[in-house]
Ligand binder design. Structure first.
Ligand SMILES: Cc1ncc(COP(=O)(O)O)c(C=O)c1O
Length: 433
């Protein structure tokens, strides 16, 4: 390795990192000797903010102390609890306050959004998404198509990379829409693709969809908390996400939804209809708050995206998100992104000497990726998998996507340059063994 990629160089970078103090705000999993693991798996499950324990314990205490009274008299009353999360989520998604809501989990939110925004009509019946999408997204889409009595085989269009390639050009999506846009009802796209880590320009995706009269929906699972987002200005119709990856809100944490105010502002509050020619599935938590507890049979929609809520929120699954959003607010997504570019670039540079045995399939251009690098291991699947298992057993925590991809993500809130260096050292050692 060159001079600039030594342990000393990594430590020097850490010493000058303006965000270095944030690592101490997280619980770091340790090995059998009590040493922190080289945890590079924040793209799958983010680490626990220490404050999450405090905030969850406060809710448990308030429940113990107050019982049902906690709905109104807990330190953070439970009825409007989700409102505590709005500012932090709006900052991370680039949304206005009435456009974001914490609720449910990702796949449920995707179904709710599709129920409102996928309205096949006449010739416009298709959904366009990326080939190799996360299976749950595909299941949601195919089942929604079938729900309309249509054939998913015909109506789901999966745009694949060119033969022999891993990445999808945005031009290919634009070209597809140029040719077949009038048949497409909805484009569902990830600003960061889960397997390759490829990032897309959300505004450009939305523009391409809108140019041809299609609804533009985004799955932010791998983008929120990873890249700065500007959903309102990008004019996205809707977006959905989970909070257990870069948002560090814990396993199964409460997810979230964005609906552009264009679709909510004009809604007559008493009518159970969207501004799109469709319906919105309703539950009592989407009812306007001042009259919700009158328990009247008529539905009066809350303002904004809040009207899409169904159930009262899971407070114990929301408290860790509040803890995490406090950390994001303190660090700032702009500063995090700046560090992330440097950190992922450093990891990439450390990995370069391992080519061609290890090939990074994530784009090399920093604007086309977030934290994550996806590494293709040049070996048969069994050997590549064994390598991955040894990495984990030796304390470098990453994950595996069949048949030959190891995903690693140095996360700027808690990872160090030293982690990137240590991971690469271990990988190099195992490749030589
Ligand atoms: C892109 C994507 N979609 C959907 C899911 C499923 O999320 P959930 O189990 O929260 O519905 C995940 C989970 O990792 C994901 O990464």
């Amino acid at each position: 390795m060159s001079e600039a990629l030594t342990l000393e160089a990594a430590r020097a970078r850490d010493a000058h990192d303006p965000l270095r103090e944030f690592r101490a705000r997280f619980a770091l999993p340790v090995d059998a000797h009590g040493e922190p693991l080289t945890y590079l798996c924040g793209h799958s499950l983010g680490l626990m903010p220490l404050r999450a324990r405090e905030l969850v314990c406060e809710e448990l205490e308030d429940w113990a102390r107050l019982g049902v009274e906690g709905h109104e008299h807990a330190r953070r009353p439970w009825i409007p609890y989700h409102e505590n999360l709005t500012a932090g989520l709006a900052a991370l998604t680039g949304a206005r306050a009435g456009e974001v809501i914490a609720m449910n989990s990702l796949t449920v939110n995707l179904h709710l959004m599709l129920a409102s925004f996928y309205r096949p009509q006449g010739e416009r019946t298709r959904i366009l998404m990326e080939a190799g999408a996360f299976p749950s997204d595909r299941h949601a889409v195919t089942s929604q198509i079938a729900w309309w009595g249509l054939d998913p085989e015909a109506e789901l269009i999966e745009l694949a990379p060119r033969a022999g390639e891993d990445l999808i050009d945005t031009e290919a999506l634009e070209e597809y829409l140029e040719e077949h846009g009038e048949r497409v009802a909805l484009v569902l796209w990830p600003p960061v693709q889960y397997r390759t880590g490829q990032a897309f320009d959300a505004a450009r995706l939305v523009q391409a969809a809108h140019r041809h009269g299609c609804v533009a929906g985004l799955d932010l699972a791998h983008a929120i908390g990873n890249l700065p987002l500007a959903l309102h200005d990008a004019d996205a119709d809707f977006a959905v996400w989970c909070s257990y990856k870069y948002l560090n809100a814990g396993p199964g944490a409460i997810g979230g939804c964005f609906v552009h105010e264009r679709h909510t502002r004009s809604l007559p509050p008493t009518r159970h209809r969207g501004s799109l020619p469709g319906a919105r599935l309703a539950g009592w938590w989407g009812h306007e708050e001042p009259t919700r507890f009158r328990m009247e049979p008529q539905f009066r929609a809350a303002e904004g995206v809040a009207a899409w809520q169904l159930s009262n929120p899971p407070i114990l699954a929301a408290a860790p998100l509040l803890a995490s959003l406090e950390v994001f607010t303190a660090a700032g997504i702009g500063a995090l992104r700046q560090k992330s570019r440097a950190l992922t670039g450093f990891l990439e540079a450390c990995l370069a000497p391992l080519a061609p045995r290890v090939r990074v399939i994530t784009p090399a251009e920093p604007a086309e990726r977030g934290c994550q690098l996806s590494l293709r291991i040049g070996a048969d699947t069994a050997r590549a998998r064994a390598l991955f298992e040894t990495l984990n057993a030796r304390g470098a925590i990453c994950d595996w996507r069949s048949p030959d991809i190891i995903r690693v993500a140095p996360v700027p809130l808690y990872n160090r340059f030293e982690d990137a260096w240590r991971f690469t050292q271990l990988l190099a050692e195992l490749l030589q063994a």
